[in-house]
Design a protein around this ligand. Structure first.
Ligand SMILES: [Ca+2]
Ligand SMILES: [Ca+2]
Length: 355
């Protein structure tokens, strides 16, 4: 792995050299989430000659998304050598300004945040609001204090993106804070907590968040970047022997905006993931879990379909997979398993009958 540029070059080289099915499982959380980015655009480009299959990711529902809303709490920290005192975001009703997360022992937790303002990579102005990401721990003397200031880049004109990490040896309750250092907007922001861990997922949803949400979105969605591309086959995980989604499979429902030079407009609802594939299958290395395994299985089925129908296009492949999928609860399309579990035989039959 060598970053988004290397990924783009690799995808283009594979497509140029005649790869008909490309299976990928690399998602850069530094690529834009709310608008098409460079990797997303590369996927669009190669989809005319190759069918692109991407794992949805294993981030579960470990995300929160809200409009920035100043609380009555402020935080003081150093920014470009100067001490600033600025408001923190109010995640909950009430005084506590931090998002509680319970971190189990011996974990490195990476916290990534983006907000719905244009990235400069698309020729835009870059961020208009400077949000910062703070991590705090519960302190017995002071009820709430941010002890680590690790995502405090000057964001104006740059990427609307921050990343912070915390490593613990014993279980702790930590708080994620979002501060607005400058700018007049109150943008929609989204935080992803990775790596996936069921205990973190639970703590992200136990306390009721303020419900400032755009219509039609899923605040817990973790399907982002090129996995949002409607021309990608985005693959969720179901266990090979059960018809229910894996709890760690990334969730759809992220809003995709159209980027203008200064702002993001017209949020669209994209139906992701597309299909679920089996994981937990036996390999020479033992059982293989996660959406990467599922993507490989779906890629294999697509290779067989393509062999039977060499003219199979990306759009046709997506259509046949959706139409022939075996639904996984809840009924119909859902953000966890898309249109359902892949059914290779039914897909082949459908393609043959030309339905
Ligand atoms: Ca910042
Ligand atoms: Ca379903």
């Amino acid at each position: 792995m060598g970053g988004a540029l290397t990924q783009i070059q690799a995808l283009q080289a594979l497509a140029a050299n005649g790869a008909q099915i490309i299976v990928d499982d690399v998602i850069y959380l530094s690529e834009p989430w709310f608008e098409p980015g460079e990797v997303y655009n590369a996927v669009t480009q190669i989809s005319t000659s190759s069918i692109y299959v991407i794992s949805a990711g294993n981030f579960g529902g470990q995300s929160v998304q809200q409009y920035f809303t100043p609380s009555s709490s402020t935080v003081t920290y150093l920014k470009a050598g100067q001490s600033i005192t600025v408001p923190t975001h109010q995640f909950y009703k009430g005084a506590n300004a931090g998002l509680e997360i319970q971190i189990p022992a011996n974990r490195l937790v990476v916290i990534t945040m983006q907000w719905a303002e244009p990235f400069p990579q698309n020729g835009g102005t870059g961020a208009q609001t400077d949000l910062d990401l703070l991590i705090g721990v519960d302190d017995k003397d002071v009820p709430f204090v941010f002890k680590y200031l690790v995502g405090t880049e000057y964001s104006i004109g740059g990427d609307p993106y921050e990343v912070a990490a915390i490593e613990v040896t014993t279980p702790i309750k930590a708080f994620i804070g979002v501060a607005k250092a400058s700018g007049t907007g109150n943008p929609l922001f989204k935080i992803l907590v990775t790596p996936q861990d069921s205990e973190i997922t639970k703590s992200l949803t136990t306390k009721k968040l303020k419900s400032y949400q755009p219509k039609g979105s899923n605040a817990q969605s973790t399907i982002v970047s090129q996995t949002m591309n409607p021309l990608a086959v985005t693959v969720a995980a179901v266990p090979y022997n059960k018809k229910k989604p894996q709890p760690y499979t990334s969730l759809g429902g992220t809003l995709l905006f159209t980027a203008t030079p200064t702002t993001l407009i017209n949020p669209q609802f994209v139906k992701k993931p597309d299909i679920a594939g089996p994981d937990g299958v036996s390999t020479s290395e033992g059982r293989f879990y996660g959406t990467s395994c599922s993507a490989a299985s779906v890629g294999g089925v697509l290779a067989l379909l393509k062999q039977g129908t060499p003219t199979l296009t990306t759009s046709q492949a997506l259509q046949v997979l959706r139409d022939s999928a075996s639904d996984v609860k809840p009924k119909g399309f859902d953000f966890t398993s898309g249109y359902g579990s892949i059914d290779a035989l039914s897909a082949a039959d459908e393609l043959k009958s030309g339905r």
